[in-house]
Write a new protein. Structure first.
Length: 366
């Protein structure tokens, strides 16, 4: 690795970020092709599922501009795939194009690829270099849901909360517009855009009638909307039916959801638990649908149940410098008999957004 490698990988990561809201369920990958003396020849990023991966997109960019990439170097943010999925192997495309060297930021966590892509390239005579831990970490963060689904068999679950200094999400009558600033709300849409599914509960729909879509961001398609609705009470006129995207209603076996099917919703019957639906079954079903990141925006009951059952990996908290006094709580959690010996979550980052703070917390690993 040299300074040119670092600079080209930084550019490749910028390309990879263009795949947010586009490439799911595939990972967000960027590729830059250039020469060892610093000239950039082409670049690309992963397109929608079934379309070009980053390496193929970069090679197509070179062809469009009549550039010969033989003998060049490809800087890629994730190991090139070596198997036939929806598209042919990217390794073969790089080999056939005459690429001489490949610099890879991180190994692909997909067991069908992990290490095999690099081995295939090396067998074909290409020089392959792995970047350091910092680059690998950046790739994992950009693709945290994909890595989660490949290594843990479940999506990454991120819960968004907008709260006052005293932990309230709304006044007693439910009014919450707006606790946090426009800057914080705009940032929240960036996180919605990352997700494959936005998960909410029937209580939130009945109380607030939210649209729960991505606004102010360019996305290939809206994330699907998933509603936990034990008794199939979802109103047919709910605003969440407005955006063009799938709507999935999770309900119990005996609930009559035929009217919702007529409205276009997909119905998924889930087993019940003492507190309602078995939420682990909801997460498992979304994983089976190849959802990488689940973005939760819900009321205190569903949020509290998800946290209490250990199903939340990350908290995305917008903290407003406001005191509301009596009002609605963010999480409805069971009583604890004693203080825990260790925190449930650890701080990952703290950033200002307008007058507010954005706190990102990750589940503590034992």
């Amino acid at each position: 690795m040299n300074p040119i490698d670092d600079a080209r990988l930084a550019r490749a990561f910028h390309c990879a970020e263009q795949s947010i809201g586009l490439s799911d369920p595939n990972p967000r990958v960027g590729c830059v092709i250039g020469t060892e003396d610093g000239h950039v020849l082409a670049e690309g990023w992963t397109q929608a599922a079934g379309q070009a991966h980053a390496e193929v997109a970069a090679l197509a960019d070179a062809r469009r501009r009549g550039i010969d990439v033989r003998g060049g170097t490809a800087w890629v943010t994730l190991e090139p795939c070596s198997h036939h999925g929806r598209t042919p192997p990217c390794c073969d495309a790089l080999i056939e194009a005459g690429i001489a060297r490949v610099v890879v930021a991180a190994l692909d966590p997909n067991p069908e690829v992990h290490g095999r892509g690099i081995a295939r390239l090396r067998r074909a005579g290409l020089q392959v270099d792995l970047a350091g831990d910092a680059q690998a970490k950046r790739c994992r963060e950009l693709n945290i849901g994909f890595f989660s689904r490949m290594t843990r068999g479940r999506p990454w679950v991120r819960m968004k909360l907008a709260i006052s200094l005293d932990g309230r999400t709304a006044l007693p009558d439910g009014r919450s517009q707006w606790i946090t600033s426009e800057q914080a709300r705009s940032d929240g849409h960036s996180w919605r855009a990352r997700s494959g599914a936005i998960l909410t509960g029937i209580g939130t729909v009945l109380a607030d009638d939210p649209t729960l879509n991505v606004r102010g961001r360019s996305v290939q398609g809206q994330p699907l909307c998933a509603v936990v609705d034990t008794h199939a009470r979802l109103p047919l006129h709910a605003k969440l039916f407005g955006p063009a995207r799938p709507v999935i209603v999770y309900t119990q076996a005996q609930a009559d959801a035929s009217r919702l099917e007529v409205r276009g919703a997909s119905i998924r019957r889930c087993p019940t638990a003492p507190a309602g639906l078995a939420l682990d079954a909801v997460i498992a079903d979304l994983s089976a649908r190849e959802i990488n990141e689940i973005h939760v925006e819900a009321g205190p009951t569903l949020c509290g149940s998800l946290v209490a059952q250990g199903l939340v990996d990350e908290l995305l908290v917008y903290l407003a410098p406001t005191l509301l006094g009596p009002g609605r709580e963010a999480l409805s959690l069971p009583e604890r008999a004693q203080l825990p010996e260790a925190p449930d979550f650890v701080f990952s980052s703290i950033s200002p957004f307008g007058p507010d703070l954005r706190l990102i917390l990750r589940k503590r690993l034992d």
